[in-house]
Design a protein around this ligand. Structure first.
Ligand SMILES: NC(=O)C1=CN([C@@H]2O[C@H](COP(=O)(O)OP(=O)(O)OC[C@H]3O[C@@H](n4cnc5c(N)ncnc54)[C@H](O)[C@@H]3O)[C@@H](O)[C@H]2O)[C@@H](O)CC1
Ligand SMILES: [K+]
Length: 480
C-alpha cells in the first residue's frame, strides 16, 4: 500500500523535520528534484537540455522559492531561465537571490517569454493554495503551449480534494516532495505523471490518511486455491441480480464472480435460464429463498425497485452473511431505509453508489470532497462505501480509505458496475476483509478495463472477459 497524507499532516511533519534540519536544506532537496524533473522533461520533449528555454511562474510562497532555486540549478546545466514574479514584493528572497546569482532573468513580459518556452515550471502555489488561479496567473497559464512541470501540485487545484472551480494548471508532470498529497490521486488528470522526491519526511509522517493498493497488495489478498481446497471451501458467492426482462445484469454479475475466484457461484432470480445458458458452471435457482448455502451475496443489479426486489434485498440482508448491495438495491435502501433493519449489526455490507445513487442514499451529491462524503456515508450506514467516479473511493466506517486511480476512463460503459459487484461478492465470499475486498475488486476492475480496451472502446462483456488477464497482470508471481 502507498500512503497519501493531507496538507495538514504534511505541514505538521515538515515542521518536525525543519526543526532538526539546517536552514534551507529541505527547499534545496525539493528544488534539486524539480530541476532534475525539468531537465528530464526538456530532454524528452526537445531532445536536449543545454540551450533550452524555461519559464518559471513564481508565486508568493515557498512553492515559488522551490521554482527559483530549481531555476538556479538549471542555469548550471546551461538552460536559459526566465522568471515571472506574480507577487514581486513577496518572492522568496533567498531563492530570488540565488536565481539572479546564477544568471537567471526576471522578466515583465511573461506572455511573450512563455510563448517561446520549451518548458514552463508552475511555482505559483503549493500546499497553501486556496481556490482557483487569480486573474494575472490565469492569463499567463492561458498562453502556455509547452509542457508544464508543476511544483508540488498544479496550481489552482485544491491540494486536499483535487477539486477545480476556476482556472487551474494542467501539468504534464508534477514533482512532489516527501509524500503524495490527496490531489495526486484525486485529480490525476491535472497532475500528469507524479514524481515523488524524498526529502527525508518519511519518519515524521505516521499513519496515512488515504492509501492506494499496489499490484503486490492485490496479489497478497486475492484468493488462490490450496491443496486442501474444494469448490465449497473457497467460498460460494450468491448472486441475486437481473430480471426476466433485464437478464443482462445477472449474466454480468454472475460471470464476473465466476471469473474472480475458483469458488462456486449460485444465482437466484428470474434470469436463471439465461444465466445458466451463459455460465453453465453456475448453479441457478429462481429465488433467494431456495438458493442453497452461500458465504456472501451480491444483490441489486437489475432486480428492479418494486416489492419483489425489496423482498429479495430484505432476505439477503437478513441472512447474516456479507452483502455487496449495488444499483437497484441502493435505490431500494434509499427509498425505504427500514429494509436495513433486517441486517444483523456488524455483518459486512458494501454499498457501491455512483453519484446519483449516492444522492438518493444520503440526500446530497458527493460534492467537491469525495473522500469526506464517502467517509460520512460509511459511518452513517456502518458499511463500506465504494463511491464510483473516475477515481473510486472506498471508505470504511472507521475512516480507512482507499483510492483507485484507473488507467483511462474505459470503465464508463453500461454494465461495468455489474462486473464490479460480482468481483466484490466473490472476494466477500472468500472471507476477505470487506474494505480490502472492495479496494482490490476496484483495482482489478480498472485493470481489466484497461487491458480489454487497449486503446479502443470496450463493453462490459469485454471487461468481464479480461478479468483473468487483469489478475495475471497484477499477480504475476502467482502464475502457475
Ligand atoms: N514546508 C517545507 O518544509 C517545504 C515546503 N516546500 C514547498 O513549500 C510549499 C508550501 O509553501 P507555502 O506554505 O509558503 O505556500 P504556497 O507556496 O503554497 O503559497 C503561499 C502563498 O500563496 C498565496 N495563495 C494561496 N492561494 C492562492 C491562489 N489561488 N492564487 C494566488 N496566490 C495564492 C497565499 O496567500 C500565500 O501567500 C510546498 O508546496 C512546497 O512547494 C518545499 O520547499 C519542501 C519543504
Ligand atoms: K505549483
Amino acid at each position: 500500500m502507498q500512503g497519501i497524507w493531507t496538507t495538514e499532516r504534511i505541514r505538521a511533519a515538515e515542521e518536525r523535520l525543519l526543526a532538526v534540519t539546517p536552514d534551507g536544506a529541505l527547499m534545496h532537496r525539493a528544488a534539486f528534484g524539480v530541476a532534475v524533473a525539468a531537465a528530464d522533461l526538456l530532454a524528452e520533449h526537445t531532445g536536449g537540455v543545454a540551450g533550452r528555454r524555461v519559464v518559471l511562474l513564481v508565486g508568493a510562497g515557498n512553492n515559488g522559492g522551490d521554482a527559483l532555486w530549481a531555476g538556479a540549478f538549471l542555469r548550471r546545466r546551461g538552460v536559459g531561465v526566465a522568471a515571472v514574479l506574480l507577487a514581486p514584493n513577496r518572492a522568496h528572497p533567498a531563492g530570488l537571490a540565488a536565481f539572479r546569482r546564477a544568471g537567471g532573468r526576471v522578466v515583465d513580459d511573461g506572455a511573450e517569454w512563455i510563448s517561446r518556452a520549451d518548458l514552463v515550471v508552475d511555482g505559483i502555489v503549493g500546499l497553501s493554495a486556496r481556490g482557483p488561479l487569480r486573474p494575472a496567473a490565469a492569463e499567463l497559464v492561458g498562453v502556455v503551449r509547452s509542457p508544464v512541470l508543476a511544483v508540488d501540485l498544479p496550481s489552482g487545484v485544491d491540494p486536499d480534494t483535487g477539486a477545480v472551480d476556476g482556472p487551474a494548471v494542467t501539468a504534464t508532470r508534477t514533482v512532489t516532495f516527501g509524500a503524495r498529497k490527496p490531489v495526486h490521486v484525486l485529480n490525476p488528470a491535472r497532475c500528469g505523471d507524479v514524481v515523488l522526491v524524498d526529502i527525508g519526511l518519511g519518519p515524521e509522517l505516521g499513519e496515512p490518511d488515504l492509501s492506494t493498493l499496489d499490484a503486490a497488495d492485490v496479489a497478497a489478498v486475492w484468493p488462490v486455491p490450496g491443496v486442501a481446497d474444494d469448490k465449497y471451501s473457497q467460498g460460494v458467492t450468491g448472486v441475486a441480480a437481473g430480471s426476466a426482462v433485464y437478464p443482462g445484469a445477472a449474466v454480468l454479475a454472475a460471470g464476473s464472480a465466476v471469473l474472480a475466484t475458483s469458488g462456486m457461484v449460485r444465482y437466484a432470480g428470474p434470469a436463471a435460464d439465461v444465466v445458466r445458458a451463459n455460465w453453465p458452471e453456475v448453479v441457478a435457482t429462481g429465488s433467494v429463498t431456495d438458493a442453497g448455502r452461500v458465504q456472501a451475496w451480491v444483490v441489486g443489479p437489475g432486480i428492479g425497485t418494486g416489492s419483489e426486489g425489496r423482498e429479495t434485498l430484505r432476505h439477503v440482508l437478513g441472512s447474516g452473511l456479507p452483502v455487496c448491495a449495488d444499483a437497484d438495491a441502493i435505490t431500494l435502501i434509499a427509498s425505504d431505509p427500514s429494509v436495513l433493519d433486517a441486517r444483523e449489526p456488524g455483518t459486512p455490507l458494501v454499498l457501491t453508489p455512483h453519484d446519483g445513487e449516492f444522492e438518493r442514499l444520503t440526500g446530497a451529491r458527493p460534492g467537491a470532497d469525495r473522500v469526506a462524503a464517502a467517509r460520512a456515508a460509511a459511518r452513517r450506514f456502518d458499511a463500506i462505501v465504494l463511491l464510483k467516479g473516475h477515481n473510486t473511493v472506498v471508505a470504511a466506517p472507521d475512516g480507512r480509505t482507499l483510492v483507485n486511480v484507473p488507467r483511462g476512463s474505459w470503465l464508463a460503459t453500461a454494465g461495468s458496475g455489474d462486473v464490479l459487484s460480482g468481483l466484490i461478492g466473490a472476494l466477500l465470499a472468500s472471507g476477505l476483509d470487506p474494505w480490502l475486498a472492495a479496494g482490490a475488486a476496484a483495482k482489478v476492475h480498472g485493470q481489466a478495463a484497461y487491458l480489454a480496451a487497449a486503446g479502443a472502446p470496450v463493453s462490459a462483456s469485454g471487461i468481464l472477459h479480461a478479468i483473468p488477464d487483469a489478475l495475471r497482470a497484477l499477480t504475476p508471481a502467482r502464475r502457475l
